[in-house]
Design a protein around this ligand. Structure first.
Ligand SMILES: [Zn+2]
Length: 282
């Protein structure tokens, strides 16, 4: 796990074990706020040790940015923390989340001690959380998944964007048009730094270009899938074959090569939904 200090009070943890997933820590006068956890218990345990032993504090609030296990599965290791999420996140953790953990536990012994924790406080559109001297603005940001949120640390203008911003945007569990809207809402904002749900921290100077690149990717993807369908391609499989990730302006090497798989899943999901809505020629 990599640890990076973003400001005097904000740290980011990035997994070495699972697709560079990130978690964030904000220190306040009244305890620590943890934004997501990491997938594998050993990495979440290292975060806990850092807070308790190195910083002499404890996690008072834990924010789940969405229900996906790579972000939430470590929640059970903070039994004293007050957990907050979007309303849909709690519903999805209780349904799909439980199923996902069961099947992950069957394939990995490392996850045997994990369990789903349902958030104690939920919100719909927006929530302001004040902890000690810090204020957090939580905002619904659907697209990557229906329940995704972002978390702004107001004082420092550091935005935890979670999976709304990823080196390769994904929407297989959500909706491409909603994701476009959610990324557009982050443009032209006075953020100092964006912490994405996977990968490197994005600094202020890189922000406009990066968000533009993500929007261009989603737009190119949509155009190319439409074109493939109008050229007579009949299945998601056929369509995925003719649209490599580079054709949509992203590189294969992103996220240590996971980009290829993520992109393919995007093409499948989009092609399947467009084919099912396309007029049938008889
Ligand atoms: Zn996710």
């Amino acid at each position: 796990m990599q640890r990076e200090r973003v400001t005097d009070t904000i740290h980011v943890f990035r997994s070495d074990l699972y697709v560079q997933v990130t978690a964030g820590l904000v220190m306040t006068e009244a305890g620590a706020v943890l934004i997501d956890t990491l997938l594998y218990p050993e990495e979440t345990a290292a975060i806990k040790r850092f807070v308790e032993q190195r910083l002499g504090s404890h996690v008072k609030y834990l924010i789940n940015t969405h229900h996906h296990a790579d972000h939430t599965l470590g929640t059970c290791f903070f039994p004293d923390a007050h957990v907050i999420s979007h309303r849909l996140c709690r519903e999805l953790l209780d349904t799909r989340g439980r199923d996902a953990i069961r099947s992950m536990q069957e394939s990995s012994n490392d996850l045997a001690d994990t369990q789903v924790v349902l958030p104690a406080t939920v919100f719909d559109d927006q929530m302001t959380l004040t902890v000690g001297d810090q204020t957090f603005e939580l905002t619904w940001s659907p697209g990557h998944s229906e329940d995704s949120i972002t978390c702004l640390v107001a004082d420092s203008q550091v935005l935890f964007a979670a999976d709304t911003v990823m080196p390769l945007p994904t929407f297989v569990d959500g909706n491409i048009d909603q994701l476009v809207g959610s990324i557009q809402r982050l443009q032209h904002q006075p953020y100092e730094t964006i912490i994405q749900g996977h990968g490197e921290v994005i600094l202020r100077g890189e922000l406009p270009g990066r968000l533009e690149e993500d929007l261009n990717y989603l737009s190119a993807l949509k155009t190319q899938v439409e074109r493939a369908i109008s050229n007579g391609k009949k299945s998601p499989h056929e369509i995925a074959d003719v649209i490599p990730v580079e054709a949509c302006g992203k590189e294969k090497i992103v996220l240590h090569g996971a980009a290829i798989q993520l992109h393919e899943s995007n093409v499948y999901a989009l092609a399947a939904s467009m084919l099912s809505n396309a007029p049938v020629n008889t």
